[in-house]
Design a protein around this ligand. Structure first.
Ligand code: ATP
Length: 331
C-alpha cells in the first residue's frame, strides 16, 4: 500500500476503534482478565502491571493498549521495536515518562538487544542507566524512573527472550474472532459510519474477514463505497457480494496474497513441503509477512499445514484453487 493510502486507512481505522473495555467486542477471557488487572491496580492506587499482548495483526492489540491507558486515566506514549534502534533512543523515551504513563511498544520482538536489556531493568526496578560520554571517559549515571506500565504487542511471542517475557505481569494471546463477534463489530462500525447495513450483508462480510476486525472494518468501508457509487447507498447483500468481488476477496475470505501463496505452493512446488523463505520469495513478499499475515489464516482454514520439512498444501487447498489434488495430498 502506498504511504498516503496507508495513512488514510489508518485514520479511517482509528475512527472505528472502541474506546473502552465494554465497547471491545469478543476476546471475553482476555477482556475479563484485563478488567481485573486494571480495576485491582486502580483500587490500590497503583500503576497497572506490565501487559504483553500477542496475536496476528489486526485483532486489537493497539486498541487494547489505548483502552488500558484510557481505563487507567493515564497518558499513552507510543513507540515500536523497529523505531528504537539504539539503547539511547529507549533511554530518551523512558526518561521522559511521567508517573502512571502507559508506554505502548508495538512489535516489541524487534527491539535491538541493548534496548531490550535496558527495558528489563526499567520494567523491573524503574531504573535506567544513562551512559554519558564516549570511550574511556564514558560514565554510567543511574536514573530512577517513576512507575509506569509497558504494554508490549507482538505478532511473534515465541521470538521474545524469556527474561523480557517474564517481566510482564499479565500476558494474553488474542485469537481470531468468531463470525458472530465480527458481525457485532460490523454493526457497531456501520452505526458509527451512519451506514445502513443489512443482516445478511453483515454475515457475508464477516464470513470473508478472516476472523480479523481490521479486515472486517476495511471490507465494510469498501462495501460502503460500492453502495454509494453503484447501489442505493444501503449496504445490502448484493452490494457486499459485488464489492468483495471487485476487491478480490473470495467466498472464504482469501485475498490476493493468500491465493498467491497457495497457488505457488501447489503449482510451483507440487504442494510442498517447501521452506518459508523460498515460498515467500516466490510470491515476492517478506517471509515475515507470509508467516504472520497469510499463514495463520491458511493453517486455521485447513488449507496449509506446517511440517518439519516445510509448508504443505492440503487437498482442500488444491480444490479451492480449482485444481485436482494429487493422490498423496494431505487430507
Ligand atoms: P497490528 O498489530 O497490525 O497493529 P492490532 O492487533 O494492533 O494490529 P488494532 O489496530 O488494535 O489491531 O485493531 C484494528 C482495527 O480493528 C481497529 O481500528 C479497531 O477498530 C478494530 N478492532 C480490533 N479489535 C476490535 C474489537 N474487539 N472490537 C471492535 N473493534 C475492534
Amino acid at each position: 500500500m502506498d504511504p498516503d493510502a496507508d495513512a488514510l486507512e489508518r485514520s479511517a481505522e482509528a475512527a472505528l476503534r472502541p474506546g473502552t473495555l465494554d465497547e471491545f467486542v469478543g476476546q471475553r477471557v482476555v477482556r475479563d482478565q484485563l478488567d481485573l488487572v486494571l480495576k485491582a491496580a486502580s483500587a490500590r492506587g497503583a500503576t497497572a502491571d506490565h501487559v504483553l499482548l500477542s496475536g496476528p495483526p489486526g485483532l486489537g492489540k493497539t486498541t487494547l493498549a489505548m483502552i488500558v491507558a484510557h481505563e487507567m486515566g493515564a497518558t499513552l506514549r507510543v513507540s515500536s521495536g523497529p523505531a528504537i534502534q539504539h539503547a539511547g533512543d529507549l533511554a530518551a523515551i523512558l526518561s521522559s515518562l511521567d508517573e502512571g504513563d502507559v508506554l505502548f511498544l508495538d512489535e516489541i520482538h524487534r527491539l535491538a538487544r541493548p534496548a531490550e536489556e535496558m527495558l528489563y531493568l526499567a520494567m523491573e526496578d524503574f531504573r535506567v542507566d544513562v551512559v554519558v560520554g564516549k570511550g574511556a571517559g564514558a560514565t554510567s549515571i543511574p536514573l530512577s524512573l517513576p512507575p509506569f506500565t509497558v504494554v508490549g504487542a507482538t505478532t511473534r511471542a515465541g521470538l521474545l527472550p524469556a527474561p523480557l517475557r517474564d517481566r510482564f505481569g499479565f500476558t494474553a494471546h488474542l485469537d481470531f474472532y468468531e463470525p458472530h463477534e465480527l458481525r457485532a463489530i460490523l454493526e457497531r462500525s456501520a452505526g458509527k459510519l451512519g451506514l445502513a447495513l443489512d443482516g445478511d450483508a453483515a454475515a457475508e462480510i464477516s464470513g470473508r474477514s478472516r476472523g480479523t476486525p481490521r479486515i472486517a472494518n476495511r471490507l465494510l468501508r469498501r462495501v460502503r463505497d460500492w453502495a454509494q457509487v453503484h447501489g442505493s447507498g444501503r449496504a445490502d447483500l448484493a452490494a457486499a457480494r459485488q464489492a468483495l468481488t471487485v476487491y478480490e476477496v473470495d467466498e472464504r475470505g482469501l485475498d490476493r496474497l493468500d491465493r498467491a501463496v497457495l497457488g505457488a505452493l501447489c503449482t510451483r512446488f507440487g504442494g510442498g513441503p517447501v521452506g518459508l523463505s523460498t515460498l515467500a520469495v516466490s510470491v515476492g513478499e517478506e517471509s515475515e509477512t507470509v508467516e504472520t499475515v497469510a499463514e495463520p489464516f491458511l493453517v486455521r482454514e485447513g488449507l496449509m499445514s506446517r511440517s518439519p520439512r516445510g509448508r504443505v498444501a492440503t487437498a482442500d487447498a488444491w480444490v479451492h484453487l480449482g485444481l485436482q489434488p494429487p493422490a498423496d495430498a494431505l487430507a
